[in-house]
Design a protein. Structure first.
Length: 177
């Protein structure tokens, strides 16, 4: 994926300024592909994040433009992560269909993975938790995977997730006093 492609999807203030590494792998590895399926579309995944944050935006009162902008732009960044993971899974010999691995016992992704919430605060707190779980899962994968290219990809995605943690913390401070 070219820098121009990344640039088209990067949102200033909603992702790290660090460049993304080239998407490549040492070779086919179905085990690694299967590990990444949870990050891609498992219970606490990029796909869950995208759908959860978009739902939170769609169900938002017009008076919360700042939150709307945040949820939409973070979703776009998470979509880029999905694309990166899908391409990595393919290179590893996997098929990036919408299902998890161990987190969902291999089941297909479903809307039950989304925390819909009934208030801005419950949603923001759930979103923050989802980011923490994603970061934890990426670090777990990094400790297992012995491919430096995949490790670089996951470490770069973590940088964006840490930006999202900061944004959600700031929003919680502002809206959940």
């Amino acid at each position: 994926m070219s820098d121009a492609h990344y640039g088209m999807h990067k949102r200033k203030g909603y992702s790290s300024d660090e460049p993304y590494p080239e998407i490549k792998v040492l070779g086919k590895n179905k085990y690694y592909a299967e590990l990444l399926m949870d990050d891609y579309s498992g219970v606490a995944s990029e796909f869950t994040s995208v759908t959860q944050y978009l739902y939170h935006d769609f169900d938002l009162d017009e008076n919360y433009r700042e939150l709307s902008e945040m949820w939409i732009n973070i979703s776009i960044t998470e979509m880029l992560h999905m694309e990166i993971l899908a391409k990595t899974i393919r290179l590893l010999g996997g098929n990036p269909i919408y299902r998890g691995s161990s987190s969902s016992c291999g089941a297909y992704w479903n809307g039950g993975f989304v925390f819909y919430g009934d208030s801005i605060c419950s949603r923001l707190k759930s979103d923050l938790h989802l980011e923490y779980v994603a970061i934890e899962n990426y670090y777990k994968d990094i400790s297992i995977i012995e491919d430096p290219y995949i490790k670089a990809i996951l470490n770069r995605i973590i940088l964006d997730e840490k930006v999202h943690v900061g944004l959600f913390k700031k929003a919680i401070e502002k809206y959940c006093k």
